[in-house]
Design a protein around this ligand. Sequence first.
Ligand SMILES: NC(=O)c1ccc[n+]([C@@H]2O[C@H](COP(=O)([O-])OP(=O)(O)OC[C@H]3O[C@@H](n4cnc5c(N)ncnc54)[C@H](OP(=O)(O)O)[C@@H]3O)[C@@H](O)[C@H]2O)c1
Length: 247
Amino acid sequence: MGTLAGKGAVVTGGSRGIGRAIVRRLAADGAAVVFSYLHDEAAAKAVAGEVTGAGGRALAVQSDQGSLDDLRRLTGEAGEYLDGLDIVVINAAGGLPGLISDVTEDDYDRFMAVHAKGPFFLIQHAGRVLRDGGRIVAISTLNTRLHPPGGALYTGAKGALEHYTKVAALEFGGRGITANIVSPGATDTELLRAANPGATFDDEVARTALGRLGQPEDIAAVVAFLAGPDSGWISGQNLPADGGLMP
Ligand SMILES: NC(=O)c1ccc[n+]([C@@H]2O[C@H](COP(=O)([O-])OP(=O)(O)OC[C@H]3O[C@@H](n4cnc5c(N)ncnc54)[C@H](OP(=O)(O)O)[C@@H]3O)[C@@H](O)[C@H]2O)c1
Protein backbone atom coordinates (compact mmCIF):
# COMPACT_ATOMS: atom_id res chain seq x y z
CA MET A 1 0.00 0.00 0.00
CA GLY A 2 1.44 3.40 -1.02
CA THR A 3 1.59 6.30 1.42
CA LEU A 4 -1.16 8.10 -0.57
CA ALA A 5 -3.54 5.15 -0.99
CA GLY A 6 -7.16 6.37 -0.89
CA LYS A 7 -6.18 10.01 -1.44
CA GLY A 8 -7.47 12.24 -4.24
CA ALA A 9 -5.23 14.88 -5.83
CA VAL A 10 -5.52 17.76 -8.28
CA VAL A 11 -2.31 18.88 -10.01
CA THR A 12 -2.17 21.79 -12.46
CA GLY A 13 0.12 21.56 -15.49
CA GLY A 14 0.70 17.79 -15.45
CA SER A 15 1.41 17.12 -19.12
CA ARG A 16 5.11 17.97 -19.07
CA GLY A 17 8.11 18.75 -16.90
CA ILE A 18 7.82 18.97 -13.14
CA GLY A 19 4.02 18.58 -13.16
CA ARG A 20 4.23 15.32 -15.10
CA ALA A 21 6.76 13.98 -12.58
CA ILE A 22 4.42 15.03 -9.74
CA VAL A 23 1.43 13.26 -11.34
CA ARG A 24 3.49 10.10 -11.86
CA ARG A 25 4.88 10.18 -8.32
CA LEU A 26 1.56 10.87 -6.52
CA ALA A 27 -0.10 8.11 -8.55
CA ALA A 28 2.77 5.69 -7.87
CA ASP A 29 2.30 6.45 -4.15
CA GLY A 30 -1.37 5.45 -4.47
CA ALA A 31 -3.31 8.68 -5.07
CA ALA A 32 -5.96 9.10 -7.76
CA VAL A 33 -4.95 12.21 -9.71
CA VAL A 34 -6.81 14.73 -11.87
CA PHE A 35 -4.41 17.02 -13.69
CA SER A 36 -4.69 19.91 -16.10
CA TYR A 37 -2.84 20.88 -19.25
CA LEU A 38 -3.10 23.87 -21.57
CA HIS A 39 -2.38 22.84 -25.20
CA ASP A 40 -0.61 19.51 -25.35
CA GLU A 41 -3.47 17.02 -25.36
CA ALA A 42 -1.32 14.19 -26.74
CA ALA A 43 1.27 14.58 -23.97
CA ALA A 44 -1.46 14.80 -21.32
CA LYS A 45 -3.22 11.68 -22.59
CA ALA A 46 0.12 9.85 -22.68
CA VAL A 47 0.70 10.69 -18.99
CA ALA A 48 -2.81 9.55 -18.00
CA GLY A 49 -2.42 6.36 -20.06
CA GLU A 50 0.97 5.59 -18.59
CA VAL A 51 -0.30 6.02 -15.01
CA THR A 52 -3.35 3.85 -15.71
CA GLY A 53 -1.14 1.21 -17.38
CA ALA A 54 0.97 1.08 -14.23
CA GLY A 55 -2.14 0.31 -12.14
CA GLY A 56 -2.84 3.89 -10.97
CA ARG A 57 -5.67 6.32 -11.74
CA ALA A 58 -5.22 9.64 -13.52
CA LEU A 59 -7.48 11.88 -15.60
CA ALA A 60 -6.24 14.68 -17.86
CA VAL A 61 -8.46 17.79 -18.22
CA GLN A 62 -7.81 20.70 -20.56
CA SER A 63 -8.03 23.72 -18.27
CA ASP A 64 -6.30 27.09 -18.51
CA GLN A 65 -5.08 28.20 -15.08
CA GLY A 66 -5.69 31.76 -16.24
CA SER A 67 -9.45 31.19 -16.66
CA LEU A 68 -11.74 30.84 -13.65
CA ASP A 69 -14.34 29.10 -15.86
CA ASP A 70 -11.73 26.52 -16.84
CA LEU A 71 -10.67 26.06 -13.23
CA ARG A 72 -14.32 25.48 -12.24
CA ARG A 73 -14.47 22.79 -14.96
CA LEU A 74 -11.25 21.22 -13.63
CA THR A 75 -12.48 21.11 -10.05
CA GLY A 76 -15.91 19.93 -11.22
CA GLU A 77 -14.37 17.01 -13.11
CA ALA A 78 -12.16 16.26 -10.11
CA GLY A 79 -15.27 16.18 -7.92
CA GLU A 80 -16.76 13.49 -10.14
CA TYR A 81 -13.58 11.43 -10.73
CA LEU A 82 -12.15 11.44 -7.20
CA ASP A 83 -13.74 9.96 -4.09
CA GLY A 84 -12.72 13.10 -2.19
CA LEU A 85 -10.05 15.79 -2.41
CA ASP A 86 -6.97 15.57 -0.19
CA ILE A 87 -4.14 17.20 -2.17
CA VAL A 88 -3.96 20.30 -4.40
CA VAL A 89 -0.69 21.02 -6.20
CA ILE A 90 -0.48 24.38 -8.00
CA ASN A 91 2.28 23.86 -10.53
CA ALA A 92 1.28 25.19 -13.97
CA ALA A 93 3.25 28.09 -15.39
CA GLY A 94 3.94 29.33 -18.87
CA GLY A 95 4.82 32.34 -20.95
CA LEU A 96 7.92 34.49 -20.94
CA PRO A 97 7.28 37.86 -19.29
CA GLY A 98 10.29 39.88 -20.52
CA LEU A 99 11.87 43.13 -19.40
CA ILE A 100 9.80 45.69 -17.48
CA SER A 101 10.20 48.16 -20.35
CA ASP A 102 8.62 45.70 -22.82
CA VAL A 103 5.61 44.49 -20.79
CA THR A 104 2.20 45.58 -22.12
CA GLU A 105 -0.98 45.83 -20.07
CA ASP A 106 -2.30 42.71 -21.82
CA ASP A 107 0.93 40.83 -21.01
CA TYR A 108 0.56 41.90 -17.38
CA ASP A 109 -3.10 40.88 -17.10
CA ARG A 110 -2.55 37.50 -18.75
CA PHE A 111 0.55 36.68 -16.73
CA MET A 112 -1.08 37.58 -13.44
CA ALA A 113 -4.26 35.69 -14.37
CA VAL A 114 -2.30 32.45 -14.90
CA HIS A 115 0.25 32.77 -12.11
CA ALA A 116 -1.55 34.68 -9.33
CA LYS A 117 -5.34 35.01 -9.83
CA GLY A 118 -5.99 31.40 -10.91
CA PRO A 119 -3.83 30.03 -8.08
CA PHE A 120 -5.62 32.27 -5.55
CA PHE A 121 -9.01 30.86 -6.50
CA LEU A 122 -7.64 27.31 -6.52
CA ILE A 123 -6.45 27.86 -2.96
CA GLN A 124 -9.91 29.22 -2.10
CA HIS A 125 -11.46 26.08 -3.62
CA ALA A 126 -9.02 23.88 -1.72
CA GLY A 127 -10.03 25.53 1.55
CA ARG A 128 -13.68 24.78 0.84
CA VAL A 129 -13.35 21.24 -0.48
CA LEU A 130 -10.23 19.58 0.98
CA ARG A 131 -10.92 16.89 3.52
CA ASP A 132 -9.55 17.46 7.03
CA GLY A 133 -5.81 16.78 7.03
CA GLY A 134 -5.54 17.90 3.41
CA ARG A 135 -2.48 19.31 1.69
CA ILE A 136 -1.81 22.35 -0.50
CA VAL A 137 1.54 22.52 -2.27
CA ALA A 138 2.41 25.55 -4.40
CA ILE A 139 5.35 25.46 -6.79
CA SER A 140 7.26 28.74 -6.71
CA THR A 141 10.86 29.46 -7.68
CA LEU A 142 14.21 30.45 -6.19
CA ASN A 143 13.88 33.56 -8.35
CA THR A 144 11.70 35.22 -5.70
CA ARG A 145 15.00 35.47 -3.80
CA LEU A 146 17.42 35.94 -6.72
CA HIS A 147 15.38 38.41 -8.86
CA PRO A 148 16.79 38.05 -12.39
CA PRO A 149 16.39 40.84 -14.97
CA GLY A 150 13.30 40.05 -17.05
CA GLY A 151 11.73 38.34 -14.06
CA ALA A 152 9.57 41.13 -12.64
CA LEU A 153 6.22 39.60 -13.56
CA TYR A 154 7.39 36.05 -12.82
CA THR A 155 8.80 36.83 -9.39
CA GLY A 156 5.93 39.22 -8.63
CA ALA A 157 3.29 36.60 -9.41
CA LYS A 158 5.19 33.81 -7.66
CA GLY A 159 5.68 36.09 -4.66
CA ALA A 160 1.91 36.58 -4.51
CA LEU A 161 1.44 32.80 -4.68
CA GLU A 162 3.89 32.33 -1.82
CA HIS A 163 2.00 34.83 0.34
CA TYR A 164 -1.42 33.34 -0.50
CA THR A 165 -0.08 29.93 0.52
CA LYS A 166 1.32 31.13 3.83
CA VAL A 167 -1.96 32.81 4.73
CA ALA A 168 -3.87 29.66 3.70
CA ALA A 169 -1.71 27.69 6.14
CA LEU A 170 -3.06 29.91 8.94
CA GLU A 171 -6.67 30.06 7.75
CA PHE A 172 -7.08 26.30 7.10
CA GLY A 173 -4.71 24.89 9.74
CA GLY A 174 -7.48 24.33 12.26
CA ARG A 175 -8.67 21.40 10.15
CA GLY A 176 -5.22 19.83 9.97
CA ILE A 177 -4.70 21.14 6.44
CA THR A 178 -1.12 22.15 5.65
CA ALA A 179 -0.07 24.60 2.93
CA ASN A 180 3.53 24.77 1.80
CA ILE A 181 5.66 26.07 -1.05
CA VAL A 182 8.35 24.22 -2.95
CA SER A 183 10.89 26.45 -4.71
CA PRO A 184 12.86 24.54 -7.34
CA GLY A 185 16.27 25.63 -8.54
CA ALA A 186 17.23 25.15 -12.19
CA THR A 187 15.36 22.00 -13.23
CA ASP A 188 15.77 20.41 -16.63
CA THR A 189 12.42 21.04 -18.36
CA GLU A 190 11.13 22.68 -21.54
CA LEU A 191 10.33 25.85 -19.56
CA LEU A 192 13.94 26.16 -18.35
CA ARG A 193 15.32 25.61 -21.87
CA ALA A 194 12.80 28.02 -23.47
CA ALA A 195 13.62 30.73 -20.93
CA ASN A 196 17.38 30.33 -21.51
CA PRO A 197 17.90 29.59 -25.21
CA GLY A 198 21.30 28.10 -25.96
CA ALA A 199 22.35 28.06 -22.28
CA THR A 200 24.70 25.32 -21.10
CA PHE A 201 23.81 25.84 -17.41
CA ASP A 202 27.49 25.25 -16.51
CA ASP A 203 27.36 28.20 -14.11
CA GLU A 204 24.27 26.88 -12.29
CA VAL A 205 25.80 23.40 -12.05
CA ALA A 206 29.08 24.84 -10.74
CA ARG A 207 27.19 26.70 -8.00
CA THR A 208 25.13 23.64 -7.01
CA ALA A 209 26.46 21.58 -4.12
CA LEU A 210 25.29 18.34 -5.71
CA GLY A 211 26.94 19.24 -9.02
CA ARG A 212 24.14 18.80 -11.55
CA LEU A 213 20.88 20.33 -12.81
CA GLY A 214 17.71 19.30 -11.01
CA GLN A 215 15.47 16.72 -12.62
CA PRO A 216 11.65 16.88 -12.42
CA GLU A 217 11.67 13.75 -10.26
CA ASP A 218 13.82 15.56 -7.65
CA ILE A 219 11.04 18.11 -7.21
CA ALA A 220 8.26 15.50 -7.32
CA ALA A 221 9.88 13.66 -4.40
CA VAL A 222 9.71 16.81 -2.25
CA VAL A 223 6.08 17.41 -3.27
CA ALA A 224 5.21 13.80 -2.43
CA PHE A 225 6.69 14.25 1.03
CA LEU A 226 4.71 17.47 1.63
CA ALA A 227 1.56 15.77 0.26
CA GLY A 228 2.04 12.72 2.44
CA PRO A 229 1.40 11.68 6.04
CA ASP A 230 4.91 12.37 7.39
CA SER A 231 4.82 16.15 6.78
CA GLY A 232 1.80 16.91 8.97
CA TRP A 233 3.77 19.18 11.31
CA ILE A 234 5.19 21.35 8.51
CA SER A 235 3.02 24.23 7.33
CA GLY A 236 3.47 27.73 5.93
CA GLN A 237 7.02 26.90 4.82
CA ASN A 238 8.91 27.59 1.62
CA LEU A 239 11.24 24.69 0.92
CA PRO A 240 14.05 25.23 -1.61
CA ALA A 241 14.56 22.12 -3.74
CA ASP A 242 17.76 23.05 -5.57
CA GLY A 243 20.54 20.57 -4.77
CA GLY A 244 22.25 23.19 -2.62
CA LEU A 245 22.42 26.12 -5.04
CA MET A 246 24.74 28.83 -3.72
CA PRO A 247 23.81 32.41 -4.61
N1 LIG B 1 12.13 24.26 -14.67
C1 LIG B 1 12.70 25.06 -13.78
O1 LIG B 1 13.94 25.27 -13.78
C2 LIG B 1 11.86 25.71 -12.72
C3 LIG B 1 12.54 26.43 -11.72
C4 LIG B 1 11.78 27.05 -10.74
C5 LIG B 1 10.41 26.93 -10.73
N2 LIG B 1 9.76 26.22 -11.72
C6 LIG B 1 8.32 26.12 -11.64
O2 LIG B 1 7.95 24.77 -11.78
C7 LIG B 1 6.64 24.69 -12.36
C8 LIG B 1 6.65 23.74 -13.55
O3 LIG B 1 7.56 24.24 -14.52
P1 LIG B 1 8.18 23.30 -15.67
O4 LIG B 1 9.59 23.73 -15.82
O5 LIG B 1 7.84 21.88 -15.40
O6 LIG B 1 7.36 23.85 -16.95
P2 LIG B 1 7.04 23.12 -18.35
O7 LIG B 1 7.97 22.00 -18.61
O8 LIG B 1 6.95 24.22 -19.35
O9 LIG B 1 5.57 22.52 -18.12
C9 LIG B 1 4.51 23.42 -17.87
C10 LIG B 1 3.23 22.65 -17.66
O10 LIG B 1 2.20 23.59 -17.31
C11 LIG B 1 1.17 23.54 -18.29
N3 LIG B 1 0.66 24.89 -18.48
C12 LIG B 1 1.30 25.98 -18.97
N4 LIG B 1 0.48 27.04 -18.96
C13 LIG B 1 -0.70 26.61 -18.44
C14 LIG B 1 -1.95 27.23 -18.19
N5 LIG B 1 -2.17 28.53 -18.46
N6 LIG B 1 -2.95 26.48 -17.67
C15 LIG B 1 -2.76 25.16 -17.39
N7 LIG B 1 -1.61 24.52 -17.62
C16 LIG B 1 -0.60 25.24 -18.14
C17 LIG B 1 1.79 22.95 -19.53
O11 LIG B 1 0.75 22.37 -20.33
P3 LIG B 1 0.94 22.10 -21.93
O12 LIG B 1 1.83 20.88 -22.03
O13 LIG B 1 -0.44 21.83 -22.43
O14 LIG B 1 1.57 23.33 -22.49
C18 LIG B 1 2.73 21.93 -18.90
O15 LIG B 1 2.04 20.77 -18.47
C19 LIG B 1 6.25 26.12 -12.71
O16 LIG B 1 5.44 26.65 -11.69
C20 LIG B 1 7.58 26.86 -12.74
O17 LIG B 1 7.43 28.23 -12.46
C21 LIG B 1 10.47 25.61 -12.72
